[in-house]
Design a protein around this ligand. Sequence first.
Ligand code: MN
Length: 731
Amino acid sequence: MADMTEMSLKDRLEESVKRYQQTGHYQGITRLELKETEPFRYEKVYSELRGALVSARETALHISASPIVRNIGELCFAFYTPEGDSVAVSTGIITHVHTMSEAIKFMIRQGYETNPGIKEGDIFCNNDPDLGNVHTTDVHTIIPIFWEGQLMGWAGGVAHQVDIGASTPGHDPVATANRFEDGFYVTAEKIGENHEVRKDFKIRAQRSVRTPLYWDLDEKCRIAGIYMVRDAVHRIIREEGFSYFQQFMLEAVEEGRQIFMARIQERLVPGIYQTASFMDAPYKGKAWHPEQNHDFMMHAPMTITIDAEGHFKLDMDGASGPGPFPFNASEGSMQGALWVQITQTLVYDGKVNDGSYLAAQHYFPPGSWCNPGNALLAYGTPWAYLIPAFTGMFRLLSRGYFARGYREEIVSGYGFTGDPTQGGGTLSNGAYFPVSNFELCAVGLGARGTMDGLDAAYAMWNPEADMGDAEVWETVESGLLYLSRRFKPDTAGYGRFRGGSGWESLRLVHGVKDLQLYSWREGRVFHGGAGLFGGYPGATGYRLFVKNTKFYEMVAQHQPYPLGDPDPAARELDTGLGGDCFVSRDALILPQPFQSGDVWLSLFSGGPGYGDPLERPAEDVVRDAEGNFYLPKTVERVFGVALGVDDQGQFSVQPDETDRLRRDILAEREKMSVPYQEFWERERQKILQKQLIEPVKRMYQESMTLSPQWSEKFKSFWSLPKTFAFELDNL
Ligand code: MN
């Protein structure tokens, strides 16, 4: 094989792609020679590299002052080959390991080696979603690593910003309609030389965001981490020799690829797995832009094809269109999401690197919401579409695990890491404070095939989920105090095993001159499809705030005040605070003003359930009621468990009454059920007569227009005429 070190970086990347295409192995490596000849040495080097990345993250996060980085560790570090393929990763927001890979490859393909040049001591920065990132809020700092004058790899670090200078304050905007509102863009720029960030870039960055202090300290944090990675790599090279390390990098990626394929063969049954997920984006009547004034819906059909050799392909043909909203997801962000899910479900104990990405073929249809290929769109909050879309992957893999007998690997999905309280304001002394809450990094995980889901402890994009300390959020969001944080009953999806529970935070606006707040999460659509095998989805979200409350008077008079919204049917916040209570099932609240004494509720999602809730042991259901995971009336209605209550308020099961209730529910189900043919005909008539609400018609028409194959499939399934189409006045 030709020595690649004499080639230009661009030629090396092309050669690497060619070798993979020709041989099916990374860089054409068919044998893992180092691993076979000296397995302990090989594993030791991998562990040293991985350990260096983890400790870079653990150390560097203390440099940041941002609560998002420091409080919950929303950053990660990775090491890449010269061609930009990740070899090893730290813990943290590892979705970005692959997005930084795309940024490095972009710089190589654009010929950065000649202009602006790639030299020892250079520092690069990227946050452009159109070339690999998720949203502008995630800022990458990347350095080339040299050994004796030769480029031998890259180190990258990413952190999620408190504010990125979008048209509204916050990190995941909802009111934006195009690129020019996304905020501060740094498109794979060289921002430093001789190991120092340029002064002119620093000045530009300081003037481009609302929180310059956090920008500065986050950048220092990333730079400290990537230099720790560089030093560790140099140390390993001194110990092991340069040629050993060069060969090691390539074998580690190829091993990652082989592990992935072996795992697919071991865990899944060959075949075609299909599902679909949805999300609502209701802008009609509240849009800030004329072109945005519609109710949109996202369609995320997903097909995974597995063959007997362990090949894996994920295909989203039929996805609906992009739009004048910030939920468009670049192909790079979808690849990052695919990567992070693989590392949590299939390759969690192997070599986590781009080898598994190479082994996972994927198709995100060009021109759709998940690969728009249009740099002018808004990409501020692709998570709103991406997170629900990828619940499909958990469901599909879980069906495969079930078929293979790996019950303990099943995960029915996850809660939606949405409803971040966002905005910004000034205190009465005139000081600006951001509202960029990130406690959403801890929602309910879906039920497993053998146990309940984790309560308030999961984020699909950061396997080290953490809600952070309320006190820390308060020190930053200084005009927004916590009144409570507690489990939210009835958010966990019902099932034989229940989903992990969601929770709620109640916040008081206090001591402000002005403040704007906004939020988003699903409203009318179950974000994670259904549960699994008879389990139910987690509850949908809603938005609630109370203005003009009597809160301060109540406190002055030592009266108790409500601490949340445990039972929406008996809304304590409405009656208890004496103000104007606003409740909406819409997925979005666009920025609007608040004043001291107003109260804001944040709801965090529960995960879907697994199996029939009537099969859940009654004793488990009693514990659910005791733990405030379900209201007593829900226990009765859904699980068919009759609760007794003693003088101390302790619950118990009433066995005879429970048997009767469960039999009644089964009888009721039988009465409601219809033969499949009848169901199909009823739904077909709705489609044929176009009796669907406008956002659903719009969504399906977008899918049909973008994909003739999907259109054909849809029409043949529902036996529709060949010319069938939804006519939309304002599409
Ligand atoms: Mn982010």
